[in-house]
Design a protein around this ligand. Structure first.
Ligand SMILES: [Ca+2]
Length: 131
């Protein structure tokens, strides 16, 4: 919990600095490929590389699920889980944090299952900054 608060403060402070290399939702100052907005949403540290915050896929039999950290206190972002069979049409929305604000697992972890049993299926997490 402490590290999440720290990350949020860093995120805001750097945004004020207005340096495009380190500031704002699309910057990646630690160069780990995870942009500031995603670091913020998933409780990462924008100053320290680490892929551990990234969503995980759980696949067993015909059921797939995406698991990610979801902090219900972050009301300035929306987390949306989308599914696709071709990586082009992402209109299948499995979860939207604006409609379901609570995490459904321990330690603020969110598990979103995909009930569709197609031969090819892709899941992604989209994080949006709300005004
Ligand atoms: Ca980063």
């Amino acid at each position: 919990m402490v590290s999440q608060i720290g990350s949020r403060n860093i995120f805001r402070i750097r945004k004020k600095n207005n340096d495009p290399e380190t500031a704002g939702p699309d910057a990646d100052p630690d160069g780990d490929g995870v942009k500031n907005l995603l670091e913020y949403a998933l409780g990462g540290d924008p100053r320290a590389p680490g892929a551990a915050v990234l969503p995980q896929i759980d696949h067993e039999g015909s059921m797939a699920a995406i698991i990610f950290r979801r902090n219900p206190a972050l009301s300035d972002i929306a987390c949306v889980v989308q599914a696709s069979g071709d990586l082009e049409d992402w209109s299948d929305v499995l979860y939207d944090s604006r409609e379901d604000t609570q995490a459904n697992n321990l330690d603020n972890m969110m598990r979103v299952e995909d009930p569709v049993t197609e031969q090819r299926r892709f899941l992604r997490l989209q994080v949006m900054l709300l005004e």
